[in-house]
Design a protein around this ligand. Structure first.
Ligand code: CP
Ligand code: NVA
Length: 333
C-alpha cells in the first residue's frame, strides 16, 4: 500500500494484513519487544485542521519505530497560501519519506500524492477519514475476537460525513454487515453507497442505508456515531442539525432497540457527550440534551470502547506506515 488517500483505494487483503500487523504491533509494544523498522524515516505532518488522536498517533508511531515527524499547522508552512500545493509536494519529496495530511478539500491530498512521489496518508479530509476506519475495524475485531465478516455495525447520525463514509466503504470491502441509519440529507451520496455495494461483493459484505433507525439497529454488534457538525462547518448550523438529527441520537433507548445485551459503542472522538465543552454546555442549556450525538450515560457505559478505539489509531497508523515501506511485512509473532 503506497500511501492511503481514501477508502476503496486499497484491497481487502491489504486492509486485513494491515490490521493483523497492527494487532501484532500492539502486543509487541505492550511486551516491550517492538523492533524499530522506520529508523531514518522522516515524515511531514501537514495539518490544516486541529487533531488530538491522529497527530499523536503518527508522532508516537514514528518515535516507537525510530522515525521522526515534522509538524506543520495551518499557519506554519507556505503551502496553499504563499506556495502552491504542487511546489510544496515537490519539496517534501526531496526532504521527507512520507507525508501525513489533514485538511479540507480531498483534491489537496491527491495533489500532494501526485507531486511528491512519496507515500501520502490522509489523516482526514472533508470527505474521507481512512485511517479512522482502520482503527474502527481493528477495535471491533479485537472486542469480539471473531472475523470482520461475522460482525455488524450501525452508524447513526450524520452519515454524510467523512467518518461514516470511510466506515461504510472499508467495512463493506472486508465483508462486514455495515448499516447506516440517517435521515434524508444526512446519508452518504449515491456514488459512495454504490462503491460500498460494489466493494462488498468480494467478501460477502452487506450494505444497508435507511432512515428507519429501529430496523437498522436490530441485532447489531456495534453502534457508532460522530459529531453532528464537522470541522470546517459553520457553528450556525447547530439549530438545523439538532432539528434534523434529534431522532438519530444514540441514547439508552437506541441501545435497548438493538436487542443485543452485549452491543458495543464506538465513536471516533472528539465527542459532545456532556457539558464539559462550550458546545455541549450551550446545547444542554438550550435543548436539555445531556450529550448531543450520544447521551452521556451511553458514552460512559461499559458498552463504550471509544478509548480502545482511540488507542488503536496509533497501532493501526503504525502498521499502515510500515506496510507502505515494506508491503510484504508479516504479522506473525
Ligand atoms: N478521531 C480523530 O481523528 O481524532 P482527532 O481529530 O483528535 O485526530
Ligand atoms: N467528522 C468529524 C471527525 C473528527 C475526527 C470532523 O470531520 O470534524
Amino acid at each position: 500500500m503506497l500511501g492511503l488517500l481514501k477508502d476503496g483505494d486499497h484491497t481487502a487483503e491489504q486492509v486485513l494484513t494491515t490490521l493483523d500487523l497492527a494487532d501484532r504491533l500492539k502486543t509487541e509494544r505492550r511486551a516491550g519487544s517492538e523492533k524499530p523498522q522506520l529508523i531514518g524515516k522522516n515524515v511531514a505532518l501537514v495539518f490544516e485542521k486541529p487533531s488530538t488522536r491522529t497527530r499523536s498517533a503518527f508522532e508516537v508511531a514514528l518515535r516507537d519505530q525510530g522515525g521522526a515527524a515534522v509538524y506543520f499547522d495551518s499557519t506554519s508552512s507556505h503551502m496553499g497560501q504563499g506556495e502552491s500545493i504542487e511546489d510544496t509536494a515537490k519539496v517534501f519529496g526531496r526532504l521527507f519519506d512520507g507525508v501525513g495530511f489533514r485538511g479540507y478539500a480531498h483534491h489537496d491530498v491527491e495533489l500532494l500524492a501526485e507531486h511528491s512521489g512519496i507515500p501520502v496518508w490522509n489523516g482526514l479530509t472533508d470527505t474521507w477519514h481512512p485511517t479512522q476506519a482502520l482503527a474502527d475495524l481493528m477495535t471491533m475485531r479485537e472486542a469480539l475476537g471473531r472475523p470482520l465478516q461475522e460482525i455488524s455495525v450501525c452508524f447513526v447520525g450524520d452519515a454524510s460525513d467523512n467518518v461514516a463514509r470511510s466506515l461504510l466503504v472499508t467495512g463493506a470491502l472486508v465483508g462486514m454487515d455495515v448499516r447506516i441509519a440517517a435521515p434524508a440529507g444526512y446519508q452518504p451520496e449515491e456514488a459512495t453507497i454504490s462503491a460500498a455495494r460494489h466493494a462488498a461483493r468480494g467478501l460477502g459484505g452487506r450494505v444497508t442505508v435507511t432512515d428507519d433507525l429501529e430496523s437498522a439497529v436490530r441485532g447489531v454488534d456495534f453502534l457508532y456515531t460522530d459529531v453532528w457538525i464537522s470541522m470546517g462547518e459553520k457553528e450556525s448550523l447547530w439549530d438545523q442539525r439538532i432539528a434534523d438529527l434529534r431522532n438519530f441520537r444514540i441514547d439508552a433507548a437506541v441501545v435497548t432497540a438493538t436487542g443485543n445485551p452485549d452491543v458495543g459503542f464506538l465513536h471516533c472522538l472528539p465527542s459532545f457527550h456532556d457539558d464539559a465543552t462550550s458546545v455541549g454546555r450551550t446545547v444542554k442549556q438550550k435543548y436539555g440534551f445531556d450529550g448531543i450525538e450520544v447521551s452521556d450515560d451511553v458514552f460512559r457505559s461499559p458498552a463504550s470502547i471509544v478509548f480502545d478505539q482511540a488507542e488503536n489509531r496509533m497501532h493501526s497508523i503504525k502498521a499502515m506506515m510500515l506496510k507502505s515501506y515494506f508491503p510484504s511485512i508479516g504479522a506473525t509473532l
